[in-house]
Ligand binder design. Structure first.
Ligand code: ADP
Ligand code: MG
Length: 332
């Protein structure tokens, strides 16, 4: 089978997450209006086994929410998640726990995501304990092998998170995510909190581990440079929606959506030759509590015309494996 024919490891359709704010008992008694915030709005995509799907968008556009609902760490409001051929959208908690060993997440902030009172052995070994592995020696042996493969020394086993640098802490987070041999790993801004020099080391490590262990990644970042460096395919998010997807190379060299063009125009250091025109973003990101009508991007789009203000564009195929949602691209 060719890559294109391989069935996807993950397939997400029309996935949405709405948060209801002002919804506490006190606020309801005070008759404060309940506000609906659509953090993720009818998102569909798939990820093939062995590939890296990069997810890019400004802070607040819904990337982390999407990551969490895909892994069922938060419940989606609607939509469907199919993992390795099985619909897991409504899988009961107990079955989800068993499946969780195959789907793991690496968080942005290695300071916040590691328990400061636990040793490396306890942190990295905890997922094994949760899965019912209780032999201390087995846990210890696997943790030692795992921390060595993420570039840490076995002597560090009994140290605590505060005794490590930011980059080393992220290595601990990676070890914890990989200890159960997952197939899918969501990397949620794994290098955003790190110095640039350390970022490069962690990215190389993630790429090497992917090759060695045959992993599949969803790699999230607000930095198009990082995304361009790691991804086979890229999905671009704006205010909870995917506005463009495509193979990395074509999306970076011939972006179609004005928002993707703007993201690329804002980064001089990106090492791809841009054939497309430069697009400057105007204005701030609108509040997701009251997104613009029509195309959500129309308030910041330099090419806006009447139709954009009233009608939301649909994500449509634009060539092999590419899709974009923009009225400009529609035939007149
Ligand atoms: P990103 O990861 O792209 O920065 P997030 O997924 O964290 O974006 O957030 C998307 C939107 O959802 C933001 O407007 C954020 O304020 C809101 N949001 C995220 N988590 C919650 C929550 N638990 N309750 C209410 N609103 C939330
Ligand atoms: Mg986030």
């Amino acid at each position: 089978m060719t890559q294109a024919q391989t069935p996807p490891l993950l397939e997400v359709s029309q996935l949405s997450k709405t948060y209801h704010l002002n919804n506490s008992l006190l606020q309801r008694l005070a008759r404060e209006p309940v506000l609906a915030l659509k953090a993720v709005d009818r998102v569909s995509f798939s990820v093939r086994a062995g590939e890296t799907l990069g997810l890019i968008g400004e802070s607040g556009c819904g990337k982390s929410t999407l990551a969490r609902i895909v892994l069922r760490l938060h419940e989606p409001t609607s939509g469907r998640i199919v993992f390795d051929g099985a619909d897991i959208t409504a899988l009961p908690y107990r079955e989800m726990t068993a499946l969780r060993r195959r789907m793991q997440i690496i968080f942005q902030d290695p300071y916040a995501s590691l328990n400061p009172r636990k040793s490396v052995l306890d942190i990295v070994g905890l997922p094994m304990a949760i899965q019912g592995i209780s032999r201390r020696s087995e846990i210890r042996d696997r943790v030692v092998a795992m921390i060595e493969s993420v570039g840490l020394k076995s002597e560090y086993l009994n140290r605590f998170p505060h005794q490590f640098s930011g980059g080393q802490r992220q290595r601990i987070g990676i070890a914890r995510a990989l200890i159960l041999n997952p197939s899918l790993v969501v990397c949620d801004e794994p290098v955003s909190a790190l110095d640039v020099s350390v970022q490069a080391q962690i990215i190389s490590l993630l790429k090497a581990l992917k090759r060695e262990l045959g992993l599949t990644y969803i790699f999230i970042s607000h930095d198009i440079g990082v995304i361009g460096h790691v991804s086979d395919r890229i999905a671009v998010m704006y205010l909870g929606e995917i506005v463009e997807t495509g193979p990395s190379r074509s999306l970076l060299t011939a972006p179609q959506h004005p928002y993707t063009k703007a993201l690329l125009s804002s980064v001089p250091r990106i090492d791809v030759r841009q054939k497309s025109e430069r697009v400057k973003l105007s204005g701030d990101l609108p509040s997701p509590l009251s997104p613009p009508a029509g195309c959500k991007f129309h308030t910041r789009c330099p090419f806006v015309f009447d139709r954009c203000r009233v009608e939301a564009p649909v994500l449509r195929p634009r060539g092999p494996e590419s899709a974009a949602a923009c009225h400009l691209l529609e035939a007149p």
